[in-house]
Design a protein around this ligand. Structure first.
Ligand SMILES: Cc1cc2nc3c(=O)[nH]c(=O)nc-3n(C[C@H](O)[C@H](O)[C@H](O)COP(=O)(O)OP(=O)(O)OC[C@H]3O[C@@H](n4cnc5c(N)ncnc54)[C@H](O)[C@@H]3O)c2cc1C
Length: 372
């Protein structure tokens, strides 16, 4: 994997910050389900909200590979921090790639500093994998669109100042606006009730706490016509990050905990687990970095990204369980980090494209690649 000095420096800075500032407090925030405002301020100061935003818009102008390496480090500390960043990253990428120059100039500089944070909302109560069946409608009225519908599972939904929102546009609208449209919807951050939009508190979750995930109830919300907008290695990177941390915790514990007169790391059954865990994590890491590198080089990488997501997230789930088993009964206690990782890991296999859907997409690409 080839990285530049600048990439290595940014990733090393993130790593040091995570170990110094995040390790000591992550479990407390997570158990209290509290938003880590001081950590997010640090992330802004470190420039993490603008890692991939071009320098001309105030970002660091680095590539997807660097973003992936940073996501691994953040997730080693606490997966929720990578969640604070990821909806923002996807939205910035969409604006840079599909936005007008006016939209890029309007949003990217504020996004690069983290002053304006983005949520990303496709999912509805009845429509997750089946995105085509969303019902939220945007109806054109003069120079505005009027949005009505119920969105579900919007991470950063309350605190974000803007939402990248997917809606069905008015069938009577001009052809350009028919069908499915992405809108850049600006809203008041941290306000539960505003004209046309209600955010009724945060949803309860098994893990992935601290960062809020919300419903968004649109009822006649008005957004300017100009807000119509003209990516997936992130989740694999999260998986590599949490699996790495689970392994590090397990191998340390295995050398400290003694049974039958020796550290459990000296028992062969535990050694077999450690060898399997480390090997799978290494494979997941390489798949993830390879996909990010291809994409950064401008090559098509959907097959590689899909494989990385599938393998890395299944690995994270397995490694989280094995790390917990190595901790014995203590793995079930909130005093040990592996308990948190065990609750965070399942989200990765079902979120951002479930692994069942992921396999269907991989198979579709394979069938294209090997035509008879
Ligand atoms: C904590 C959390 C945060 C989230 N954050 C966001 C966010 O910020 N923005 C956002 O838009 N969404 C978000 N989501 C939603 C997430 O992306 C969806 O939950 C996910 O896409 C799955 O959709 P679903 O829950 O409706 O499951 P369903 O689509 O109902 O799937 C249920 C099961 O059926 C399987 N299945 C469905 N269709 C097929 C098929 N054709 N073939 C085989 N199997 C199939 C699935 O794999 C799954 O096992 C979040 C979810 C969670 C839990």
């Amino acid at each position: 994997m080839t990285t530049t000095v600048e990439q290595r420096e940014v990733v090393a800075t993130a790593r040091e910050w995570v170990e110094r500032e995040v390790y000591p407090v992550a479990s407390d925030y997570e158990h209290a389900d509290e938003f880590p405002a001081p950590l997010v301020e640090d992330m802004k100061a470190l420039g993490l909200f603008g890692v991939t935003i071009p320098e001309r818009y105030g970002g660091l102008g680095l590539d997807l590979l660097t973003y992936v390496l940073i996501q691994i480090e953040l997730s080693r500390g606490w997966m929720s921090l990578s969640g604070v960043l990821n909806t923002h990253f996807i939205s910035a990428w969409m604006i840079e790639t599909h936005g007008t120059e006016e939209q890029r100039e309007l949003y990217l500089p504020r996004m690069a500093t983290g002053e304006l944070r983005f949520a990303y909302s496709m999912t509805e109560p009845h429509a997750g994998s089946d995105v085509q069946s969303i019902r939220t409608r945007a109806v054109r009225e003069g120079d505005e669109f009027v949005i009505t519908g119920q969105k579900m599972w919007a991470t950063n939904g309350l605190r974000a100042g803007a939402i990248m929102l997917l809606a069905v546009t008015d069938p009577d609208a001009e052809p350009r606006h028919k069908g499915m449209t992405a809108f850049i919807v600006e809203k008041e951050p941290e306000v539960e009730e505003q004209p046309g939009l209600r955010i009724p508190g945060k949803l309860s979750k098994l893990g992935y706490k601290g960062v809020e995930t919300t419903e968004l109830l649109f009822d006649g919300f008005r957004t300017p016509r100009a807000s119509v907008l003209g990516g997936d290695s992130g989740i694999a990177a999260r998986a590599v990050g949490i699996a790495t941390r689970a392994f590090e915790e397990a191998i340390r514990y295995a050398q400290q905990r003694e049974t039958f007169g020796k550290p459990i790391a000296q028992h062969q059954a535990v050694q077999l687990k450690l060898a399997q865990m480390a090997t799978k994590i290494e494979a997941a890491r390489l798949l993830t970095l390879q996909a990010a590198e291809r994409k950064s080089a401008g090559d098509r990488a959907d097959l590689e990204a899909g494989m990385a997501k599938l393998f890395a997230t299944e690995t994270a789930q397995e490694v989280a369980l094995e790390a917990m088993r190595i901790h014995g009964g203590y793995g079930y206690s909130p005093e040990f980090v592996v308990e948190r990782i065990y609750r965070d890991a399942p989200l990765l296999i079902l979120g951002e494209g479930s692994n069942e859907i992921q396999q269907l997409l991989i198979a579709r690409r394979l069938l294209e690649r090997y035509p008879v």
